[in-house]
Design a protein around this ligand. Structure first.
Ligand SMILES: Cc1cc2nc3c(=O)[nH]c(=O)nc-3n(C[C@H](O)[C@H](O)[C@H](O)COP(=O)(O)OP(=O)(O)OC[C@H]3O[C@@H](n4cnc5c(N)ncnc54)[C@H](O)[C@@H]3O)c2cc1C
Length: 497
């Protein structure tokens, strides 16, 4: 439910890399078109008429939230650990901003986050926003659920290869039986939106991808496009975890099944209570090069304020720390089983990893999962950034303690030596579910799969609109950027007909 946009500097980088029509001024109207912000109602940089609602949590009327003081505290950001984190980051020279999606916001900041929650306090997903009943029931739209697209129908025409439809089957797995195959033909275009895992898989099954790999599976090569499935990226996250008073954390829900049930009922019936609250309500965005060796202070260079200018490509943040009032690892700690001890985590994330991996087919079975090699931490510089991120989490924990907040170490490195930090990073790292860039927008020679208008290289009538097209992983959470790409794709299609 986090609604975060890319900073303008990302699009400066795209333009510097040769992309055309993707400056901040080009994309901002598309970000605005899809959304209605319920919190930043006066901002000229935000959308006010789109179907997709978002808001900052404390703008939800208090009567919609449970009256319990501690629940209100969590929902309304007055939770001790969040408020103290804001104070701690300020003391490090990291400014606090309440509108992180404003293009003039500093690149380095502690940001209040927007969430895709509507005016009734209910989650507003992309499904709710873009497929409401009056759209879903339109006579010119057919929606087929529980299906798996098996391939794109590609036809050799006098003008070259053309996508003329898709093949699909029921999604069930029937052992020993052949699935009935359906075909859907396209008068104009096919648009693939199956995500950074699904889209390259469909293309490869259709004979579009790295020729050697396709041949190894006896798939006839229609178009040798090495960029398909290359450059798989994700944001690696490493949680630094502290013990905190349970009443300040979501752990109190987990330790008491009845409270989960009660909260679920409240949420389902009245859209109130703790289950309304997304876990991260603030995030710290930082530039590793500006943090000192202990990640204690932001060191300004001679450029002064220009260092924080989010329009400059080199200032795109490479670190995010999400403040989470919960144990952010998959490990179950016995220490959290009592009535008093909860967990507070900083999930330390590398936003601009240099490492990138690959996605390959496991078999020609469209139901088989592909082989995803994320190649995390294969570039040495990614360790440099992660170390700074983890040190920042540790420094914040120390500062909270100095402020009198009773944090105790739960999962932290043995020391801050590079060796111990690297060991900690390798042992504790996890995905943040931001898979991207497997059909990146770039020339073919640069391992690209689509052009600046999202058309697949060398194939007519085929576009991609999903997280696979990003040239490199956006330095933020991906749902708002993906929707922006979809809005742009719709206009590219309209403009070409
Ligand atoms: C647990 C989790 C939490 C997240 N939280 C946030 C958040 O708070 N904020 C944020 O900004 N981002 C968040 N993300 C990331 C964000 O959801 C994704 O980056 C985004 O949804 C990607 O959009 P997409 O259209 O590329 O792919 P998807 O949203 O994955 O859509 C692809 C769709 O295609 C379908 N599909 C794939 N292959 C086929 C096939 N062969 N046939 C038919 N259908 C197929 C899939 O089932 C899926 O429905 C989260 C992701 C996860 C997993």
């Amino acid at each position: 439910m986090l609604y975060t946009r890319q900073v303008p500097g990302e699009f400066s980088a795209w333009t510097e890399a040769g992309r055309k029509g993707w400056t901040w001024d080009d994309v901002e109207p598309y970000y605005n078109k899809s959304e209605t912000t319920l919190s930043h109602t006066k901002s000229e940089h935000r959308g006010h008429k789109g179907p997709w609602f978002n808001r900052r949590l404390d703008d939800i009327p208090m009567q919609n939230i449970s009256e319990s003081v501690s629940e209100r505290a969590l929902c309304a950001l007055s939770s001790h650990n969040h408020v103290r984190t804001i104070a701690a980051t300020s003391s490090f020279g990291i400014p606090y901003v309440t509108e992180s999606n404003d293009p003039s916001a500093p690149a380095v900041c502690c940001a209040r986050l927007d969430h895709t929650i509507d005016d009734q306090g209910r989650r507003c997903s992309a499904f709710d926003a873009f497929l409401p009943p009056h759209v879903a029931l339109r006579s010119n739209l057919d929606i087929c659920t529980e299906i798996v697209v098996t391939s794109v129908d590609l036809e050799e025409t006098p003008n070259g290869l053309r996508a003329v439809g898709v093949f699909f089957e029921h999604d069930s797995i029937i052992r020993g039986k052949t699935h009935r195959r359906y075909h859907c033909s396209a008068k104009r275009e096919v648009i693939l939106s199956s995500g950074a895992i699904g889209t390259p898989k469909i293309l490869m099954l259709s004979g579009v991808g790295p020729a050697e790999h396709l041949k190894s599976l006896n798939i006839p090569v229609k178009k040798d496009l090495p960029g398909v499935g290359a450059n798989l990226q994700d944001h690696l996250g490493v949680p630094v975890i502290f013990k905190a008073p349970k009443h300040d954390t979501f752990e109190k829900l987990l330790s008491n099944p009845f409270s989960i049930l009660w909260e679920l009922i409240k949420y389902l019936l009245f859209a109130t209570g703790l289950m309304l609250c997304p876990l991260p309500q603030i995030s710290i965005f930082a530039l590793s090069r500006l943090l000192d060796d202990d990640s204690n202070t932001v060191v300004h260079s001679a450029n002064g304020k220009a260092e924080f200018d989010a329009h400059i490509s080199s200032n795109v943040p490479d670190i995010e720390l999400m403040a989470l009032s919960i144990n952010a690892s998959d490990e179950q700690f016995v220490e959290l089983k009592d009535w008093y001890t909860g967990a507070f985590s900083y999930l330390c994330v590398a936003l601009r990893p240099e490492s990138h991996g690959t996605l390959r087919l496991r078999s020609v079975d469209p139901r088989d999962f592909p082989v995803c090699d994320l190649a995390f931490l294969t570039k040495p510089n990614d360790y440099v950034v992660m170390r700074k991120a983890v040190k920042l989490g540790l420094a914040l924990g120390r500062r909270l303690r100095e402020q009198g907040y009773p944090l105790r170490d739960l999962q932290v490195p043995d020391s801050e030596s590079d060796e111990d930090l690297d060991k900690f990073i390798r042992a504790g790292s996890r995905t943040t579910f931001h898979y991207s860039s497997t059909c990146r927008m770039a020339p073919e020679a640069e391992l690209g799969a689509v052009d600046d208008q999202l058309r697949v290289h060398g194939i007519q009538g085929l576009r991609i609109a999903d997280a696979s097209i990003f040239s490199s992983i956006p330095a933020t959470h991906l749902q708002a950027p993906v929707v922006m790409v979809a809005e742009r794709c719709a206009d590219f299609i309209k403009a070409s007909y």
